[in-house]
Write a protein that binds this ligand. Sequence first.
Ligand code: HEM
Length: 228
Amino acid sequence: MAQTSNTTVHLLSTSIGRKVLMALSGLFLITFLPVHLAGNLLLFKSDGGAAFNAYSQFMSTSLLIRILEVTLVVGFLVHIIDGIILTRRNKAARPIGYSGGKSYVTSFFSRSMAATGLIILIYLVIHINSYTLKHRIYEPGNLAFYETVKESFETGWAGFYPWFYVLAMLLISIHLNHGFQSAFQSLGLNHKKYTPWIKKLGLLYSIVIPLGFAAIPIFFQLKYFNII
Ligand code: HEM
């Protein structure tokens, strides 16, 4: 038993082990985004926010969702900490890059993983502060999530907040584009027949999901300026 846990600890301390953990946590986060987007699409309903508020209230009070949230936080922490460790190791062992060191000429998407990851982290801190912390810590009992989202995407940061979101979604798209296929590679799932399809699926995912999120602040801006 002690032997097995020693072997696991040893494996995790190697770059291969860390890459596998990075891939697994990344794939877990990839499953979270479509679920989060599906809920957020309720913001498009022209019901004054009734459906979105009912959904958000369920999300912020259900015990099951609380348990899933802890898993989500762990997933993010593992991904972020592993990302920092791998980036530092890769820098120390230059010129081998995050893509696994197959080529010195790594793609733009591969080289930008650490930079886009860092900006996404900053985005997440701002995002959770604006919504989750506002409703749970600063204003407990305030369950009007729709009004918060609406206000932030209409006049937040003097009109800059919605465009900050659009920019963040562009960076998330770049991050996902490489991350999706790279996760399968790190897990050793390379196949002559399936890898091109995984790449295509990754490309589709990295366009459709961020576009869906970006459509929300754009929608509120268009409505605010009476364009739609
Ligand atoms: C227009 C885009 C988005 C909107 C309107 C939105 C809305 C929200 C709202 C209202 C909450 C609070 C839920 C609660 O506390 O119960 C929330 C939480 C959260 N969002 Fe977003 N979100 C968007 C995009 C994103 C993106 C792109 C990510 C990931 C990169 C993300 C990750 C999270 C996380 C991790 C939480 C905290 C988890 C939780 O409280 O359940 N969101 N979001």
